[in-house]
Design a protein around this ligand. Structure first.
Ligand SMILES: [Zn+2]
Length: 361
């Protein structure tokens, strides 16, 4: 063979290998159970969008969820802080729960199934359906009432983010720590500890995304069950108050908890140029795994809750590209099984069994 022929042979071989790797990644992706722990599509649905129809807008709809191979998703019942002064926080949470239960699951029962437990998620998967879970975002939604909290649990809420960007009556947020007009508690109040205890007793996951650093540590000390940051990244890679420090990731992991990597560009990188990309998401996953271990990391995209998305991860249909990128980076299929869904199932099972032990239900 001439050198040209050898080169042509090698190039052809490389292209074939790439094609085989891509097909392999696609097959692996389809076989993994992907649980996204934070998606804000209910905000678009409450505005009248039918999630069953493919749309050029937003990040989430049924056809794109199927394309992306999403197995389960926690839809956020996000209560904007503006409902607090209107005394409509609980009402807003109830409306969003209704949207998730009826406008999303109820309207598309052939594709969606409401899941209340880890076993439900696996059962939905076996039936070829997408498991839908409910997460409340913003602890002000309970209007300082454990009875309202319990009612949310009864309606299907399986996690609650203790705060949003606002400090509430019982927990400090990371979002307003520089606002001198906000009355802060220095973490969690005594009632805040009662909220945690009740969530543990019920079997509702305590979500520490959005809380202040002091609240994070108070929660970790107070909670009997492992806790989750449903949509946060690594502060070591991007210095943002919404992200977790390495010390926090280690402490979370030591208690069996999870950091679920968010796709918001402002949490991924402080670079001004070029824009955040799928490689930044991979870097945060890699860092979190290095610090907390592969059992402590997952995915909480924040799709439809973020204005901009990373290049290569523009909407829920793009998840297979993440699998390709992680495999190319050296992650094993076993690693991906944990990161994509296994860790969340384990956390849910732990939270459920601790609740059973407490004799709540
Ligand atoms: Zn959020």
């Amino acid at each position: 063979m001439t050198r040209r022929e050898v080169n042509r042979f090698l190039l052809g071989f490389a292209a074939l290998a790439r094609k085989a790797a891509a097909e392999d990644a696609e097959r692996i992706h389809r076989e993994l159970l992907l649980i996204d722990t934070h998606n804000d599509a209910p905000l678009r649905v409450i505005a009248g969008v039918d999630i069953g129809q493919r749309s050029a807008k937003g990040h989430t709809d049924l056809p794109r969820l199927r394309e992306g191979g999403v197995g389960a998703v926690f839809f956020a019942a996000w209560v904007s802080p503006r409902y607090v002064p209107l005394n409509q926080a609980a009402r807003r949470a109830l409306e969003l729960i209704d949207v998730i239960r009826h406008d999303i699951v109820g309207r598309h029962p052939e594709h969606f199934e409401l899941a209340l437990s880890a076993a439900d998620v696996e059962a939905a998967r076996r039936r070829g359906k997408i498991a839908v879970l409910i997460g409340i975002e913003g602890g002000h939604a309970i209007e300082d009432s454990l009875r309202v909290l319990r009612t949310f649990y009864d309606l299907g809420a399986r996690y609650m983010t203790l705060t949003h960007v606002n400090t509430n009556n019982w927990a400090d947020s990371s979002g307003d720590q520089n606002n001198p007009r906000v009355r802060r508690h220095g973490g969690l109040t005594d009632f805040g500890r009662q909220v945690i205890a009740e969530m543990n007793r019920l079997g509702m996951i305590v979500d520490v995304s959005h809380v202040s650093d002091k609240t994070f540590w108070d929660v970790l000390a107070a909670s009997r069950a492992p806790v989750m940051a449903s949509h946060s990244c690594c502060r070591a890679l991007c210095d943002h108050h919404r992200n977790l420090t390495d010390e926090m990731i280690r402490a979370l992991a030591a208690k069996g908890g999870l950091i679920q990597i968010n796709f918001a560009p402002e949490f991924l990188t402080r670079r001004q140029d070029p824009p955040a990309s799928i490689e930044d998401v991979v870097a945060h996953i890699e860092h979190a795994v290095r610090v907390g271990g592969v059992e402590a990391v997952g995915i909480g995209s924040d799709f439809d809750g973020i204005d901009r998305t990373p290049v290569g991860l523009e909407d829920v249909s793009k998840f297979p590209a993440l699998t390709r990128a992680l495999l190319a980076r050296g992650f094993s299929v076993e690693d991906l099984r944990k990161i994509y869904g296994g860790n969340v199932l384990r956390l849910m099972q732990t939270v459920e069994s601790l609740a059973r032990q407490a004799g709540s239900r």
